[in-house]
Design a protein around this ligand. Structure first.
Ligand code: PHE
Length: 347
């Protein structure tokens, strides 16, 4: 085979390989093998010294021509492969804007939080401050300052989780009364506050009892505060919470820190007083405990009962929520079952 024929065959063979190259690596390999220093074309050019002076320039020119052609073919193929790789990458990364979006589940505030906030709003509208108390309290504030000395039999009403002899988790929100009273500066105006929060009692949990529940404490101290103020305030609250035609009634009761003490009932919001399962066929629903702040409680907080008087109340929002939504097991509020909680979307 003459050199020209060899070169011609090499060209045909390489051109076919280039055409068939499926990726850039293969193409690069072809380039190195054919056009590199150890490749067949370089070899042909080296072998030219054996040719006649006449033939040399012809073969040389032909070899150069073939090298240029193959170089060009490789460049074209390279551009083609790069364009195809780019197309593929773009296709892979393409975003289909017509696909439906991800549905992110939306939570809601806990039903008790909703009730607490609703009651807070009612009282803030009447000029009350909202004050947070401590869940861990001292025996001193939880009991003694509320007129329940260490040996007082009424401590039995609130079976207690003690942390030590003097420290406990509060059994009611009433200790906030003492903490607020002892700090209040009456030259700045009367004391009006509510204090919502968790309370704890040793109780066997069942449908209507939980060792953890909520209270909202209310306290007003000023000159000339009377039982009529208490009654009027609670009536406004009940009407706002349960409907404008609600009535309330007060029944005598006992709390060591109020005198007189009352139990407050609201006329049934479901049957309007005729009797139904919600009010256990009495027409009335027991909703809170209240009374006039005991003079000794005032004195212990540095307030002169000859000058100032006041009322206090303690409301159970868990009970409000149970009544309003027909929830018949208080434990539902504390088990955090989303199927239960998500029913109360709020506004
Ligand atoms: N602290 C009382 C209780 O937990 C409720 C209450 C508060 C009663 C304020 C009267 C005044 O039972």
């Amino acid at each position: 085979m003459s050199l020209q024929e060899k070169l011609e065959a090499l060209k045909t063979e390489t051109a076919a390989k280039i055409a068939a190259a499926s990726d850039l690596n293969v193409l690069n390999q072809i380039r190195v093998e054919t056009l590199g220093k150890k490749g067949p074309i370089t070899e042909v050019l080296r072998g030219m010294k054996d040719l006649s002076a006449e033939e040399r320039p012809k073969v040389g020119a032909f070899a150069n021509e073939i090298r240029d052609e193959l170089t060009a073919a490789i460049a074209t193929k390279k551009a083609e492969l790069e364009a195809a790789a780019l197309d593929l990458a773009l296709a892979k990364e393409a975003i289909d804007v017509t696909l439906p979006g991800k549905q992110i589940p939306q939570g809601n505030r806990h039903v008790l939080t909703q009730i607490l906030e609703e009651i807070e709003d009612i009282f803030v509208g009447m000029g009350y401050q909202v004050i947070e108390g401590n869940e861990v309290e001292s025996d001193h504030y939880n009991f003694q300052r509320m007129n329940l000395p260490k040996d007082h039999p009424a401590r039995d009403m609130q079976d207690t989780f003690y942390i030590s002899n003097e420290v406990l988790i509060r059994t009611h929100t009433s200790p906030v009364q003492a903490r607020v009273m002892e700090k209040h500066d009456f030259s700045q105006g009367p004391l009006r506050m509510i204090s919502p929060g968790k309370v704890f009692r040793r109780d066997t949990d069942d449908a209507t009892h939980s060792h953890q529940f909520h209270q909202i404490e209310g306290l007003v101290i000023d000159k000339n505060v009377t039982m009529a103020d208490l009654k009027g305030t609670l009536e406004v609250m009940m009407k706002k919470m349960f409907g404008a035609d609600r009535k309330i009634r007060l029944r005598p009761s006992y709390f060591p820190f109020t005198e007189p003490s009352v139990e407050v009932d609201v006329s049934c919001f479901k049957c309007g007083g005729a009797g139904c399962n919600v009010c256990k066929h009495t027409g009335w629903i027991e909703i809170l405990g209240a009374g006039m702040v005991h003079p000794d409680v005032l004195t212990m907080s540095g307030i002169d009962p000859e000058v100032y008087s006041g009322f206090a109340f303690g409301l159970g929002p868990d009970r409000v929520a149970m009544l309003r939504y027909g929830v018949n097991d208080i434990r539902n509020f504390y088990q955090n079952d989303v199927r239960f909680l998500s029913q109360f979307k709020g506004e």
